[in-house]
Design a protein around this ligand. Structure first.
Ligand code: SF4
Ligand code: SF4
Length: 289
């Protein structure tokens, strides 16, 4: 790249950030594709440059999932938030690709969920591209015990999408220090015991099939996804915005408290939302849409 195009690209990055912010992005980060190669963690066929050879930079965009709505999970309110967030991210990425293409910068995006059904996902447990690794390489956060991306702003309560571009753009620094404090709340509260903490590494052993079984059950009940591990994680500045005292104990005691008294007043605001718009656990299997 000559000096002039380098100069142009310096001006392009702030315009991309401004475009994404105007269209509703909460987080935007830039990862050079060589980070996939340098890290050597992701199989080559999942690298952005393998999926689309001209790719030089991956722009990763995040949108927050507001905490009080996540706390109602499993509920129709949480399902609708999840769907809205996904829809907004897909539109944003599509619009960003067209914004860049119009200026002569070839671009491509990868949809935020790359599977058609849970049955397919259970058979092949990966999407063709991983946004969590991309977000880490773009400096948005790092991975916690729960295998979720944790961000300083929203902990794991964030959805992601990635745009690949042939532009060489200044990379954002990766976050070196682990954000996960290994409190174990995600593992303790997981209804399927899908996360088993280990002594020798940060990441828990993750039973993806058990997690997918939970997802299938909640899809039938019309309150997918689960997201309890994202709800209970203490990381994220969003916790200061939504100040709550004693939330950790409240999460840890929830299952037991509601088993003893389904109308426990401490959980009434969540159980009320869960009662409506979704099939209850003990109701006959719901109709498919
Ligand atoms: S999404 Fe639910 S079932 Fe899956 S790991 Fe998180 S808490 Fe467990
Ligand atoms: S809940 Fe605790 S252990 Fe789990 S990812 Fe968050 S900080 Fe780490």
């Amino acid at each position: 790249m000559d000096a002039k195009s380098q100069l142009d690209n310096h001006a392009v990055k702030p315009s991309i950030v401004a475009f994404c912010r105007e269209q509703g992005a909460d987080l935007v980060g830039f990862a050079p594709v060589k980070r996939w190669e340098e890290a050597g963690e992701v199989p080559r066929e999942f690298w952005p440059q393998s999926l689309w050879a001209p790719a030089q930079t991956v722009i990763v965009i995040g949108m927050q999932m507001p905490l009080p709505i996540v706390e109602t999970t499993p509920s129709i309110l949480h399902e609708e938030l999840y769907n809205t967030c996904n829809r907004e991210l897909d539109s944003l990425a599509f619009n960003l690709v067209r914004f860049l293409n119009r200026q002569g910068y070839a671009s491509y995006y990868f949809t935020r969920d790359g599977y058609g059904s849970l049955k397919i996902l259970k058979k092949r447990m990966y999407a063709a591209f991983g946004h969590v690794a991309a977000a880490r390489y773009a400096g948005l956060g790092n991975i916690g015990l729960s295998h979720n991306l944790l961000t300083p702003e929203f902990g794991p309560r964030v959805r992601l999408i990635s745009v690949f571009t042939s532009l060489i753009l200044e990379p954002d620094p990766m976050i070196a220090k682990a954000l996960c404090i290994q409190c174990g709340a995600c593992a303790k509260c997981c209804p399927k015991n899908a996360l088993i903490p280990r002594e020798d590494q940060l990441l828990a052993d993750y039973d993806k099939l058990a997690c997918a079984d939970m997802a299938a059950e909640l899809t039938r009940r019309r309150c997918y996804p689960c997201g309890i591990c994202t709800k209970v994680c203490p990381i994220g500045k969003d916790r200061s915005l939504y100040r709550q005292k004693g939330y950790a104990q409240k999460y840890l005691q929830e299952e037991q408290a509601l088993a003893a008294n389904p109308d426990d007043p401490d959980y009434q605001s969540w159980t009320h939302v869960r009662k409506y718009g979704s099939w209850q656990k003990d109701e006959k299997e719901g109709e498919k849409r």
